[in-house]
Write a protein that binds this ligand. Structure first.
Ligand code: DX5
Ligand code: ZN
Length: 215
């Protein structure tokens, strides 16, 4: 069964406590938390302070997706806030290996996020050092966008790269995941489905999460 990681970017921020409670009671595996700095992406969301509150409201894994420049400056703050998994963007990290070592030395799982235009081949020399790849299936910055179909080819290529070296790296798909395309995404080789609007814009988010889990 896939790992389901609802993105709280699409949740009701006026009632985060209730949203956390709903996810706790649901079959969601992880909380996907999108951090945006207004520089790396053209939007601003939330940072370690809000994640610290969410951490107190759940025992589930906090999967923090940093869409920020200079992530190394903030890795420790996100660890303190309670992140379990930290994704940094390959496009924001000229010294990616150093960033990955820092994340691991802080005791978090390390993940590399890649934008739609970045070929998965760019991950070849970091793949053995990381726990997950967050493959962006939309341009990062906003929820509610449509899945970019070429991502399916990238998932298959990445799955081959991982399997031929018998690595344990997970593939997370982030952006535009719906009940209609989730099965195709999983068949291509994904392990983790992030879902923002698909979960939070439905009348019964818990039922939608259960449906994604069994798709
Ligand atoms: C996009 C974020 C995604 C986003 C997904 O920049 O990284 O996690 O919240 O939202 P949906 O599922 O609505 O595309
Ligand atoms: Zn994300």
């Amino acid at each position: 069964m896939p790992i389901i990681a609802p993105s709280l970017l699409a949740s009701n921020f006026l009632n985060l406590e209730a949203e956390c409670k709903m996810l706790n009671e649901s079959e969601a595996d992880w909380f996907h938390l999108d951090v945006m700095d207004g520089h790396f992406v053209p939007n601003i969301s939330f940072g370690p302070m809000v994640i610290g509150f969410i951490r107190k409201a759940t025992g589930k894994i906090c999967d923090v997706h940093l869409m920020i420049e200079n992530p190394g400056l903030y890795a420790e703050a996100f660890k303190k806030a309670g992140a379990d998994i930290l994704s940094v963007h390959i496009e924001a990290c000229p010294h990616l290996h150093r960033n990955i070592q820092q994340i691991k030395s802080l005791g978090m799982q390390a993940s590399v996020a890649v934008n739609p235009h970045t070929p998965v081949e760019a991950l070849k020399d970091i793949l053995a050092d990381i726990d997950m790849v967050c493959l962006m299936s939309v341009n990062p910055g906003f929820g509610g966008q449509s899945f970019i179909p070429h991502t399916l080819t990238k998932i298959k290529q990445l799955r081959e790269m991982i399997d031929e070296r018998s690595l344990k790296v997970k593939i997370e798909i982030d952006g535009g995941v719906t009940l209609d395309n989730a099965r195709t995404i999983l068949n291509a080789g994904a392990d983790v489905l992030v879902a923002g609007n698909t979960v939070f814009s439905t009348a019964d988010p818990k039922a939608t999460i259960a449906a994604l889990k069994r798709i």
